[in-house]
Design a binder for this molecule. Structure first.
Ligand SMILES: C[S@@+](CC[C@H](N)C(=O)[O-])C[C@H]1O[C@@H](n2cnc3c(N)ncnc32)[C@H](O)[C@@H]1O
Length: 314
């Protein structure tokens, strides 16, 4: 498989830790639940782009008394950077957890994170052939971290029978898959079907707007671009952005087959979308988004969503 960048860095950057630390401090010491933003212009809208610590100004916004909020904290939707590992650990104690598409690269897997958070049941579910090198590397990592109770399932999350094969899990994590799949509705729909409580969805995203010598292109909450049919003009704008950030994208910066005997293939970049599009799609499927934001470097985005009372109702 060809991939281009890691969609979510393990752990948090120093900047994210600083922001979360400040948020925690305000909560614990002052009884204030606050969204803490870092931006050069001290504007929440500027937080999608990561800036160096020297350029940071800190903005505290959306302040309410946390004593009126029930746990977990940050029950409001926010676009400050998301510390995914911490979110998972905060919500998984005594719960069942599955990482869908967690194998490739190994370091992005969240099974061992969920184990550290006290998850009761663990599963890795991936399309990779059982026993291949990625499963072996994952098993070695589990052994290294002292995790000996992880179930394994080979599954295509876009297949119609994926929900029945997986069953439901309290917490579902899926990262680095969304922009590679052709059928976004089958993909998100199946993830929602197998989620009993919380879904943690991460993907590489485009900024809300890109600009370069070839022109500008905006990525709003109401649209995504289908990469293989981009107009020449828009393709050049996208290529300029990817190259400026030293990003490789199968199908765009490198040639890749999108179809195999008339069927869509996983692997190339199918869709180009922003983080706000991701969260709009998750809301459209009936989930409440309770936190969302960029990962380190700003090229990936995480949506943390909760199944609503009527999400699974027919
Ligand atoms: C880019 S990697 C992301 C790995 C990891 N989640 C991370 O963030 O580093 C994509 C992973 O999804 C798996 N995958 C691809 N298509 C899949 C599908 N249809 N169903 C389940 N897993 C899939 C691949 O085998 C691979 O392990």
């Amino acid at each position: 498989m060809v991939d281009e960048m890691h969609p979510d860095e393990p752990g948090s950057s120093g900047d994210q830790d600083l922001l979360h630390g400040l948020s925690d401090l305000l909560d614990r010491r002052c009884g204030i639940a606050a969204t803490v933003y870092a931006s050069a212009a001290a504007m929440p809208g500027a937080t999608h782009r990561h800036r160096g610590p020297a350029a940071f100004a800190i903005t505290v916004a959306a302040v309410t008394s946390s004593r009126t909020l029930s746990r977990p904290r940050r029950a409001m939707s926010t676009t400050s950077p998301v510390n995914k590992r911490r979110l998972i650990q905060d919500h998984v104690a005594g719960k069942s957890f599955v990482d869908i598409g967690g194998l490739w690269g190994t370091k992005g897997e969240m099974v061992t994170t969920a184990a550290a958070g006290g998850a009761e049941r663990l599963m890795m579910a991936d399309i990779q052939a059982p026993g291949n090198t990625w499963w072996q590397k994952f098993e070695a990592r589990c052994a290294e971290k002292g995790v000996d109770n992880c179930e394994q399932l080979q599954v295509d999350i876009c297949a119609p029978d994926a929900p029945s094969r997986l069953g439901q899990f309290d917490v579902v994590h899926c990262a680095g898959v969304m922009y590679h799949v052709a059928d976004l509705f089958q993909f998100v729909g199946n993830l929602v079907s197998v989620t009993r409580e919380h879904l943690v969805l991460s993907s590489v995203v485009m900024p809300d707007e890109i600009q370069g010598p070839a022109g500008a292109l905006s990525f709003g909450p109401d649209h995504a671009y289908l990469a293989p049919v981009l107009s020449e003009q828009n393709r050049n704008v996208v290529l300029g952005h990817l190259r400026a950030h030293d990003l490789k994208a199968a199908g765009l910066t490198d040639s890749a087959a999108y179809f195999d005997q008339g069927r869509t293939r996983f692997g190339p970049w199918w869709w180009l979308f922003s983080g706000t599009f991701m969260s709009a799609l998750v809301r459209l499927h009936g989930l409440d988004v309770i936190a969302e934001g960029p990962s380190r470097g700003g090229h990936a985005y995480t949506v943390f969503a909760k199944v609503a009372a009527d999400t699974h109702r027919a």
